[in-house]
Design a protein around this ligand. Structure first.
Ligand code: PMP
Length: 457
């Protein structure tokens, strides 16, 4: 290439403002990746890595180097690359149809280009419905402690992570937090019926605020960035019932869990609930194109369509420019075809079980592993100083483990400064096309790293 490695590193150091990582990443020996295939990555020096983080932030569900997707994108772009999504297009229509087939009860797809934007769209629907049906009184949107919903100011207003909150306020009015649902760090002394009790904490907030003022609740089915936290038995069902009772819309943020990450198309589909609005982004096109979707029931759609003849407020005059980039739905349809043709949901469920079993075996051996949580190929490993007190390890320990894995050629993720004291959680989300051999390799490297920690000696 016309640039050598040294020049690229120097340009990076001088000019790139890296996401998440404070300071110049190049200085810290961050790999400079240049090629990917399946779960494998190569850096510019030719070192090979096994990526168990799906691109670092749960994105590349079908793996790197998928020619089928690249071909579908390039064919579409040669035919027609863009037209505002107020017009009909073939790829948008076809992907919407395929997506809705995987989501019983849902009906309409609004396209945009990031998870944050998909959530913004959901929030805007809630506000519109409030104006249209409730004289502007049912505006509030409840969100949960520890959940993350994106990087824009409204999405951050709906994010329950203290450190982000401290830095980016003031926030948008009428977003209200309710308590987390995290059985491992339960708010209650009694251990029975945790899910129902945690859902009750949400209802308490609805009642305190006044049900007439609450338009929606937004939830991650599995809290991702906040620590890979699975909903306990009965929780989401109870949340759904409470929302129904108070005429509150249920928004499920599937930006991380969709599509396929947990062994089903969507995370919520494990829990027998019917959301009103579902948002998704990362796994929709596995990082090959920037596409996100806000999917609603016909009831939500119709509630905004009523009286459209006297529609003075322009309910449908909402647009996302890049929702009209046709690379998005073309990539998404090809991505979905791979998930189906290669039975990747089944592979995810089966190998996810094996990963869980392997991680539990490590937990039996190393007391520093306080908790292991997995659904499909979405796993969290919580590190503690003491299993009884559950005191988190210092962030430096989690950083050390992640770095030691990286040195051994394995990339894993970790919670990243979202909470003052909870930077102790590692996460893993390999691409869904992972093989048994790759899974064994992940477990072997992790085992070696845990064996070498001073804390486990
Ligand atoms: N929701 C969740 C649950 C997420 O994890 C993220 C991204 N990490 C978002 C929304 C925001 O997505 P994006 O970065 O594409 O805006």
């Amino acid at each position: 290439s016309e640039y050598n490695t040294e020049q690229i590193r120097s340009h990076d150091k001088e000019h790139v403002w890296h996401h998440l990582t404070p300071g110049a990443a190049a200085e810290k020996g961050m790999p400079l990746f240049v090629k990917g295939e399946g779960l494998n990555l190569w850096d510019i020096e030719g070192n090979q890595y096994l990526d168990a983080s799906a691109g670092g932030v749960w994105v590349t569900n079908v793996g790197y180097g998928r020619k089928e997707i690249v071909d579908a994108i390039s064919e579409q772009l040669m035919q027609l690359n863009f037209f505002a999504s107020s017009m009909a297009s073939k790829p948008a229509a076809i992907f919407a149809k395929k997506l809705i087939e995987k989501m019983p009860g849902m009906q309409r797809v609004f396209y945009s280009s990031s998870g944050s934007e998909a959530n913004e769209k959901a929030f805007k629907m809630v506000r519109q419905i409030s104006h249209k049906k409730y004289a502007g009184k049912k505006n509030k949107i409840l969100y949960r402690e520890r959940d993350y919903h994106g990087t824009t100011i409204a999405a951050l207003s709906a994010t329950g992570q203290s450190q982000r909150k401290e830095q980016f306020g003031p926030f948008v009015p009428d977003f209200v937090e309710f308590p987390h649902c995290f059985e491992y760090r339960s708010q209650f002394d009694e251990t029975d019926n945790y899910g129902l009790k945690a859902a009750q904490l949400m209802e308490d907030v609805i009642l305190r605020e006044g049900p007439d003022t609450v338009g929606a609740v937004i939830i991650e089915p599995i809290t991702a960035g906040g620590g890979v936290i699975l909903p306990p038995e009965g929780y989401l069902k109870a949340v759904e019932q409470i929302c129904k009772k108070h005429d509150v819309l249920l928004i499920i943020d599937e930006v991380v869990c969709g599509l396929g990450r947990t062994g089903k198309w969507f995370g919520y589909q494990h829990y027998d609930i019917q959301p009103d609005i579902v948002t998704m982004a990362k796994g929709v096109a596995s990082g090959y194109a920037a596409i996100s979707c806000t999917v609603t029931t016909e009831a939500v759609y119709q509630s905004l369509q009523e009286d459209s003849s006297e529609d003075k407020m322009g309910y449908f005059r909402d647009i996302s420019t890049y929702g009209g980039c046709l690379a998005g739905p073309a990539a998404a349809a090809a991505n979905m075809k791979i998930l189906e043709d290669e039975n990747l949901l089944e592979n995810c469920a089966t190998l996810g079980e094996k990963l869980l079993t392997g991680l539990k075996a490590l937990q039996d051996k190393y007391p520093i592993i306080g908790d292991v949580r997995c659904l499909g190929l979405f796993c969290g490993i919580e590190l503690v100083k003491d299993r009884t007190t559950k005191e988190p390890v210092d962030e430096s320990v989690a950083i050390h483990v992640a770095n030691a894995c990286k040195q051994a050629g394995l990339l894993i993720g970790r919670t990243n400064r979202s909470f003052e004291q909870y930077n102790n959680i590692l996460n893993m989300s390999p691409a869904l096309c992972i093989t048994e051999a790759q899974l064994e390799r992940i477990l072997t490297i992790l085992g070696e790293v845990f064996a070498s920690l001073p804390e486990t000696k």
